[in-house]
Design a protein around this ligand. Sequence first.
Ligand SMILES: NC(=O)c1ccc[n+]([C@@H]2O[C@H](COP(=O)([O-])OP(=O)(O)OC[C@H]3O[C@@H](n4cnc5c(N)ncnc54)[C@H](O)[C@@H]3O)[C@@H](O)[C@H]2O)c1
Length: 463
Amino acid sequence: MTNILCIGAGYVGGSTMPILASHCPEDRFVVVDINEARIAAWQSDQLPIYEPGLEEIVRQTRGKNLFFSTEINRHIAEAEIIFVSVNTPTKTFGHGAGRAADLQYWEKTARQILENSTSSKIVVEKSTLPVRTAEAMERILNSNGNGLHFDVLSNPEFLAEGTAVSDMQSPSRVLIGGRETESGRMAVGKLVDLYARWVPLERIITTNLWSSELSKLVANAFLAQRISSINSISALCEKTEADISEVANAIGLDQRIGRRFLQASVGFGGSCFKKDILNLVYLCEHYGLPEVARYWEQVVLMNEYQEARFAANMVASMFNTVAGKRIALFGVAFKANTSDTRESPALAVCRALLDERADIVITDPYALENACQDLKDLEGRITYEIDPYAASSNAHAIAILTEWSQYAQLDYQRIHQSMVKPAFLFDGRNLLDHQKLYQLGFNVYPIGKPPLTRLVNHGLTPA
Ligand SMILES: NC(=O)c1ccc[n+]([C@@H]2O[C@H](COP(=O)([O-])OP(=O)(O)OC[C@H]3O[C@@H](n4cnc5c(N)ncnc54)[C@H](O)[C@@H]3O)[C@@H](O)[C@H]2O)c1
């Protein structure tokens, strides 16, 4: 039996460890966090995150070989392998503010591991970190005077929220970076053995530490770049009456481009893309590569432009004023099948419309609680409503901001009847049947396609 600890019971720690535990029944997994409420939720029937399929796996493993706890020090002492999946947000202060990763939680964890260790351990970076962080980690950990040895590995997490369980059950790859020393190789071998219980060996890639750390940042930069690329073209489509779905299909059939991740939208969100690209930008600047930094920064700027453009288009289409008009935002999660709202484009659109003094009502099947937290500075100015029919009643407009499949199943005739006319529908995810909505009487504004409206001078996106 191996004692395995994970520090950080967030989206990553909380969704990966139950799956590891389910495949390694003879090992013991403990997930710890400083956040007592979060740990209590992991111990309850109401898990702190919504992730399809996760609840069942937690139920099967919890109390058998998976435990959640706040007793961090004790469990550090007992563990042989420690995964660290604490948050690594963008720095908001000092040198590198707004770009560099804030490594304070990370460093505290390293020191805590050192203080509470009485035996040598393998420490695994699961958080996304700037390249060469493992070097600092090794320095802190191996600064002990009592002969303990720590092997630091990088094992970045590639799961996507909303499909975390299937991503973990059948990963495209598991990446493990380690030192090319004898002890480094042994540590890598131990981690490979753990994953090999269910992941085919050809999908477990081992590299040097720096390649592994950097690959995670680059993977997210490339994914976000595809979204910003197609979104940039959606703006041009709106000016030229080309149709972004037709363009995406036409280019995606070229296998060198590929079909996936070519869905134009109001923008990307999530806790990782923006922060990881900014981290990459900072690293490029740090290493004297300003041209490379600017190239990647543009991916983030394009995303901000797309969010702002969407909100501006709403205002322009609704006769240049939304002041006092009720607008229903359908979805606030940053994508479907998650309760996560971090960096959600819906939040940016909501704030932009509130600046125009719109009367905002937000509906979402799972993310209202998180949205309420994110927007608490605007308390009293936003209504939260779980029922989309109630949310859209008396509204001038609906904006689809999350691609929840249930939004495609609603009775839009009923919704249209309850709305103020002319009724507007802005589909920020190109989720709905626009022609059908138009026939029901809506004025429909998709992303990257000509609007379907009976209003004169609807035009294309205003200059
Ligand atoms: N969310 C994702 O989809 C995703 C995917 C891949 C990688 N990552 C990376 O994984 C890391 C974690 O992301 P997340 O989304 O799980 O973050 P999160 O904020 O949901 O969870 C992090 C948890 O760490 C805890 N924590 C912070 N400091 C601690 C300490 N000293 N001791 C114990 N617990 C501590 C926090 O209380 C929090 O519960 C980040 O680096 C992120 O970039 C995230």
